[in-house]
Design a protein around this ligand. Sequence first.
Ligand code: FES
Length: 373
Amino acid sequence: MSTPREPTGHELERMSRSELVELGGSLDGVQVVSDEPAHGSDTPDRERRSRRLVTLLLVLSLLCAAGFVWAYLFWPTGYVPPGAPGHTAYLLYTPLIGLTFFGAVGALGVALVVYVRRFYPDEVAVQHLERGPSPEKDRFTAAATFAEAGAHTGFGRRTMIRRLGLTGFGVIGIMGGLVAVGGLVRNPWRQGTDAALWTTGWKPTGDEPVFLRVAAGDPREIVKVRPEDLEPASILTVVPFRESERDDVEKNHDAEMAPDNPVVLIRLPAGTHVTNPPGREDLHHGDYYAFSKVCTHLGCPAALYDTQLQVILCPCHQSEFRITEGARPVFGPAARPLPQLPITVDADGYFVARSDFLDPVGPSFWEMRRGSR
Ligand code: FES
C-alpha cells in the first residue's frame, strides 16, 4: 500500500469528514477487508425492532435507577424482629437495593451492547501498527472516524434513544454520587460533646449501670458477664446492655450492630506483668482488661488474642496491640492504642462500664484530639 502525501494543516481543515476518514485509513495503513451494513438496521422493519428493544432496555434501566434512589432514601431500614409487622420489609431492603442497582447498570450495559451490535456497520479492517506517538494529522482523522461512526449509527438522529441513554447515564451518575456523598451531608459535630464520633453505646444515661453483655448475635439472648465466666488467657466480645432495655429487642439489636460498641474483654494469665499508661492505671479490674474491638487503623475487628505475646492482632493489615501496655500498637500500620473501656464489678458480681471510652473509637480523624479525655 503506497503512503499518500501528508496534507498541510490548512488542507486538513478544509477536508470533509468522509475525506478525513478515508485519509486516516490510508495514512494508518488500514485496509478494509469487508464492510457490511449493520444487520439490525438494514431494513426498516429490523431498524424499528432494534430501536424498540434498545428503548425498552433504557426505560428499564431508568425505572430501576429511580427505584434504587427511592429505596435508598425512603425504604424503612430499622430492625424489626421476626413475627412483628414490617419484618418482611426489613428483610427486603438489601435485596431491593441490590436488584435495582443491578437492573439499572445491567440494563444500560445491555442496551449499549445491543445498540452497537445492531446499528454499527459490520466492518472488518486490518492495520499495520507503528511504534511511537501519534502525529497531528492522526488526531484530526481519529476524531473524524469516531464522528463518522456515530453518524452511521444514526445516534444523532434517534432522539428518543439518545435522550434516554444520556438520561440513564445521568441518573446512574446521580446514584453513584448519592452513595458517595450521602454520608457527608450530615454535620457530625452538631450534637457537640454528644456527637456520634465522641460517644458510643457505653456512655451512661443517668445512674443506670451499663453491663457487659455477651455478643451472642441474638437480641433476645441476654447474658451478662461475670469474672468467673472467663478462663485465664481468654477473650470475649461484649456489647453494652441496660436492664431498662431487657425486653426491647430493637435496642438490644442496635447495641449489638452499632459499629463502635464491640469490646474485647480479656482475662490475662495470673501474675502477668502490666505497665499501664500514666493516668490510666485504674481502668481495669484485676486481670480483666476491656478494649475497643475496632482497629484504630481502618476499623476492622481486632480480636485475635496471642496468649504468648499478650497482643491483640488485627487480621486486616496485621497491626498488633500490646495488652500489657495499654494496647499500644507495637507492629503494623495502626498509629494509636485501642481505646480502653473503664470497667468494674457491681455488688451482684457482674461487669459494668464505669464510663464511656476515654478516647474516640476506630480510625483516627482530624478533630480526634478534641474528643480525648
Ligand atoms: S484495619 Fe487493622 S491493621 Fe488495618
